[in-house]
Design a protein. Structure first.
Length: 261
């Protein structure tokens, strides 16, 4: 059953007439920021490369912001020049490496954490290497410094293969645990592996989230399945330029941010 989240939505209505169509939201997907040569899933960007990417944004008059900020700006019609910055899995290097750089470049970001694996490691990646995840203190530190803390589920499960109970727990309990931990609203969800279907979207909406990030959700694209662009160590200024141009060309979002199916 569709839930009309536009009613009573603190970000305001999502639909309505606009003078001209807005550009599609551009959201970068990061994972880990640290030095490593062992990176089979290409989820790690070095602090040096990350800083160059933030500098690239600034040179082009763009500003990296959290998803909550990006969506608020979209609703207010002030999204021009903003780029969403997201960090999946909540690696401990978010506070150790990324946070200081984000602050230096006056950016905010959203970190999607796993409250069922606090202080643990990325045990879901069979090839490793093992990377430590943020614990309670790290998550609170990220929130204190102005970063948006949002949910990636409890234990990094593919929700399209989860039974009803598991799906509900991953989506609801993770939100509740984070609410208790950071003491304010937890607006966002991010589907592990970018794996999303109609059932997962419905569960995320029912749990009270206000948006959700995917990777390449195709026809499910909308407020509860936002596409993102992977950004990694190989992304030099030229490649970023190309990715941004391609994104604008590939995504044909309507002027308002659709609720999705
Ligand atoms: Zn993940």
């Amino acid at each position: 059953m569709p839930v009309d989240t536009a009613v009573g939505d603190p970000w305001g209505p999502l639909t309505g007439s606009r003078p001209r169509p807005a550009a599609p939201l551009w959201v970068a997907m990061y994972h880990s920021v640290t030095h490593t040569t062992d990176d089979p899933y290409r989820i790690t960007v070095s602090p040096r490369r990350f800083e160059r990417q933030l500098r690239w944004l600034r040179r082009r008059g763009l500003k990296g912001v959290s998803m909550a900020e990006l969506i608020r700006a979209r609703t207010a019609g002030t999204v021009q020049g903003l780029v969403g910055l997201t960090f999946d899995d909540g690696y401990a290097d978010f506070t150790a490496e990324a946070l200081a750089l984000l602050r230096r470049y006056e950016c905010t970001a959203t970190v999607f954490v796993l409250p069922g694996l606090l202080g643990s490691t990325n045990e879901w990646d069979p090839l490793g290497p093992r990377k430590p995840l943020l614990d309670e203190r790290g998550i609170q530190q990220a929130a204190t410094w102005g970063m948006e803390v949002a949910s990636h589920g409890l234990r990094h499960l593919d929700l399209t293969h989860a039974d009803e109970d598991t799906l509900r727990r991953e989506v609801h309990e993770s939100r509740q645990l984070l609410l208790d931990l950071v003491g304010h609203d937890v607006a966002g969800f991010c589907y592990p592996y970018g794996a999303v279907d109609l059932r997962a979207v419905a569960a995320v909406r029912a749990a009270g989230y206000q948006y959700a990030c995917a990777i390449d959700p195709g026809p499910l694209t909308g407020r509860y399945a936002l596409p993102r662009v992977h950004v990694g160590e190989r992304d030099t200024a030229w490649r970023l330029h190309l990715k941004r141009a391609l994104h604008r060309w590939r995504r044909h979002e309507p002027a308002d941010l659709p609720e999705g199916p």
